[in-house]
Write a protein that binds this ligand. Sequence first.
Ligand code: IPE
Ligand code: IPE
Ligand code: MG
Length: 251
Amino acid sequence: MKYKSSLENNEKYHKHNPRHVAIIMDGNGRWANKKGKMRILGHREGFKAVKKAIRFSLINNLKILTLYAFSSENWNRPLFEIKSLMELFSYALDSEIQNLKKYNIRFKVIGDIKYFDKKLQNSIYNAEKMTLNNSGLILNIAANYGGRWDIIQSIKKIINKVQQGVLHVNNIKEKTLSQYLSTSKLLPVDLVIRTGGEKRMSNFLLWQIAYSELYFTDVLWPDFNQNIFQHAIDTFISRERRFGGFKKYEK
Ligand code: IPE
Ligand code: IPE
Ligand code: MG
């Protein structure tokens, strides 16, 4: 019985627009390189593509847009690029805060941001606080995010509960781990889009994408636009999500 009802739940949004889209925004460096520009100019152009993706999400009534902005492995880059990315993030936050309010967007960051400088951390907390009561699109930015980090920080919280005696080991379920992930309050990820041609997750949401649909495009992130976003959505809608079950064919 339980099996049947969970299938029915999933079918509720089958063949509809995704509610939660997550994007791995890759290819800024190559975009700049092709044009003989510095990588940071690719990132700046990438910020324009971010605004296009947000506009599309608003027009199409998506509930959640999660954007992979900085991975826990991106610290492997030259210091200059890291600093430039942080500056761009700060600038983007300060310049867009009014628009977040205007368009009723709730801003949220997932990731281990304590490694960012204090000013950026404060801008993040401030934007989260100022948009907390907005009821429209949730704009969820993954910054210093790693899927493995997310799972580990959830496990730590679970162990804490076990040690406090409020949770028994036998009661640790899949739901328990999900409850302590950074995405716990968000709807499931329906669709992951990756630009830039690579076909890998690069430590983005790992646990969360068990049944997400994946869409890869060679388009470099700064060239991303509404048409490509629409194509990804159309592809999503045309797919059959079975969640391990099967389609009931008409007789
Ligand atoms: C993605 O573009 C943006 C971040 C990782 C911050 P890249 O900087 O990875 O661009 P490519 O992959 O080198 O082209
Ligand atoms: C993934 O892109 C991270 C972000 C888009 C923020 P990367 O460019 O870091 O991924 P790899 O190194 O090609 O796997
Ligand atoms: Mg890359």
